[in-house]
Design a binder for this molecule. Structure first.
Ligand code: GAR
Length: 193
């Protein structure tokens, strides 16, 4: 049987560094009937990132890239162009992309972050939100610039923090919202492509 490679779809690349559950969710989203996207290649900044498994299980190409090496990043840019990548989705990607890289994909790199940005950029968002006794948390999808978890917001989802929430319960509820918000944000920006 000839396998569809989604030639008429918008080719996207997902960048990961770890667990990869957002990647898993985006793969599922890309396989929906009438989906506009094809996940063409997954880029991992870590060779043993668990999320690589989801790409391999779904026959998606994977490339491990050392983002500290200029030459590797330049080769990655070439590879993304060769594969006609029109959108890069960062999903638990723990590196900061250089200005040069971002400029090459101007307005075509987006990220998901588990907080109501601009609050709680960086790591340990849930712990910090609980320590500050915030009443609300949530997640944000935004365009990427050269600063950490910064850039114009595409969509944001707010949820209530309960009195008895732990880091784990809050993280799980926010993650569930992430799985809805990322596909919704992709659809939103693709309507302008
Ligand atoms: C997600 O909660 C994502 O929002 C967060 O890392 C987690 C990755 O989980 N991203 C950031 O904190 C970016 N600054 P996953 O690997 O299972 O998708």
């Amino acid at each position: 049987m000839i396998k569809s490679i989604g030639i008429n779809k918008i080719q996207i690349s997902v960048f990961i560094s770890g667990r990869g559950t957002n990647l898993k969710n985006l793969i599922k989203f890309s396989k929906r009937k009438n989906s506009l996207i094809n996940i063409n290649i997954v880029i991992s900044s870590k060779k043993n990132a668990y999320g690589i498994k989801y790409a391999k299980d779904n026959d998606i190409k994977v490339k491990i890239v050392n983002f500290s090496k200029h030459n590797d990043v330049m080769s990655l840019l070439k590879l993304l162009k060769q594969n006609n990548i029109k959108l890069i989705c960062l999903a638990g990607f723990l590196k900061i992309l250089s200005k040069k890289f971002i400029n090459k994909f101007n307005g075509k790199i987006i990220n998901i972050h588990p907080s109501l940005l601009p609050k709680y950029k960086g790591l340990n968002t849930h712990r910090r939100a609980l320590e500050k006794k915030e009443k609300y948390s949530g997640c944000t999808v935004h365009y990427v610039n050269e600063r950490l978890d910064d850039g114009k917001i595409i969509l944001q989802k707010k949820i209530k923090i309960y009195k008895n929430d732990s880091i784990k319960t809050l993280q799980n509820r926010v993650l569930k919202e992430e799985y809805r918000l990322y596909p919704k944000s992709i659809n939103k920006i693709l309507s302008n492509y």
